[in-house]
Design a protein around this ligand. Structure first.
Ligand SMILES: *Cc1c(COP(=O)(O)O)cnc(C)c1O
Length: 367
């Protein structure tokens, strides 16, 4: 049996998807070429690209008023690319809920005037600030939030309605680490971006979903390859896109379309399964007097579950025994320490059950 891999990213990919890619590695559908060797302008790759885009649109119910861009640069590059495209060099708002939104805020300072509308830093990023507490700037050109803080394990489970807060600003969401784990309320979103290596596939691909009316306002210093309007006009082929990562993402989208939980399919099935996985793991942590998770209940992430041992001197032996039981990459992010179990779409419920069984055994023998 393959071990269960709890890495936060690059992260586990379903075995079926990897095996299909392996089978098609040197000859894709009998065309005599592997996907890595194809021109991005040839009919073979164009068909891979179009299918991937259309399956992503179907999975997340993306309305026609939004463009889906397949870019490079990852989440961190988007921290610059978003202000270069949307800020006009002027006021923008940020809600700080963990390391990733904090990083985005700092990067935006290079290009515009970001301001903090709310922050949970004073309480150690233990929750997602409730929208009723936000101090929104009506002149902001957008408001940025990170809807799943991968390091702190904080998730925004209901997108804010900025209109009800007196703002017409588009909402920008960094949904890198929970994209496709649950539906998105696109009425509330102006732009969403996600690096692929958490919940989709290999690194190198960044998906940007942007409302058409937000194109065409980039700053003159914005690199052309990062100008959303240019990328959109060229169907993500202004420069060579990350072709193999797009192909792998496409295989993952096909896998997601086949997933079922009862009568639910696709992303709704994933949402049901992800909620169940998270419930199992948090219940085990909360029931234990040795393991703990500091995040407030309504803000707990269904994707990234940081947890701490009551005795950090036991961290190393915990990781060693976990590895021996086929539970890989549980070490927490270096900035917060402890452990972190990332339980993305590709982590089956059996993986979480194996982790929960290990937590109980470890506590019984070592705590
Ligand atoms: C991983 C991650 C990023 C950064 O992605 P890179 O591809 O390393 O630039 C940005 N935001 C969130 C929420 C992430 O989890």
């Amino acid at each position: 049996m393959r071990p269960y891999n709890f890495s936060a990213g690059p992260a586990t990919i379903p075995l079926e998807v990897l095996e299909r890619a392996a089978k098609e590695m040197s000859d894709w559908h009998g065309c005599g070429m592997g996907v890595m060797e194809m021109s991005h302008r040839g009919k073979e790759f164009i068909s891979i690209y179009e299918q991937a885009e259309s399956n992503f649109r179907t999975l997340l119910n993306v309305p026609p008023a939004f463009k889906i861009l397949f870019m490079q640069g990852g989440g961190l590059a988007e921290n610059a690319i978003v202000p270069l495209n949307l800020s006009r060099g002027l006021d923008v708002d940020f809600v700080l809920s963990g390391s990733w939104s904090q990083k985005s805020f700092k990067e935006a300072m290079r290009y515009c005037s970001p301001r903090i509308a709310a922050s949970s830093e004073p309480n150690g990023f233990r929750d997602f600030p409730h929208p009723s507490t936000w101090d929104v700037n009506p002149k902001a050109h957008y408001l940025h939030i990170c809807t799943n803080e991968t390091i702190h394990g904080v998730e925004c489970h209901a997108l804010p309605d900025l209109k009800s807060l007196g703002s017409d600003a588009p909402l920008v969401i960094d949904f890198s680490s929970h994209v496709l784990s649950q539906p998105v309320d696109w009425h509330r979103v102006g732009l969403a971006f996600a690096g692929a290596q958490k919940n989709i596939g290999p690194a190198g691909l960044t998906i940007v979903v942007v409302r058409e009316d937000l194109l065409e306002q980039a700053l003159p210093i914005c690199p052309s390859a990062f100008e959303y309007a240019t990328v959109a006009k060229n169907s993500s082929m202004y420069n060579t896109p990350p072709t193999y990562s797009i192909y792998m993402a496409g295989l993952m989208f096909e896998w997601l379309l086949t997933q079922q939980e009862g009568s639910l399919r696709g992303v709704l099935a994933m949402q049901r399964r992800n909620q169940e996985k998270a419930r199992l793991l948090y219940e085990a942590i909360d029931a234990s007097s040795f393991f703990s998770n500091p995040v407030s209940l309504p803000s707990r992430s269904w994707m990234n579950v940081p947890f701490f041992l009551a005795d950090p001197a036991k961290d190393a032996i915990f990781l060693k025994q976990a590895h021996e039981r086929g539970l890989l990459q549980l070490k927490g992010h270096k900035s917060v320490g402890g452990m972190r179990a990332s339980i993305y779409n590709a982590m089956p419920i059996e993986g979480v059950q194996a982790l929960v069984a290990f937590l109980k055994d470890f506590e019984a023998h070592e705590a």
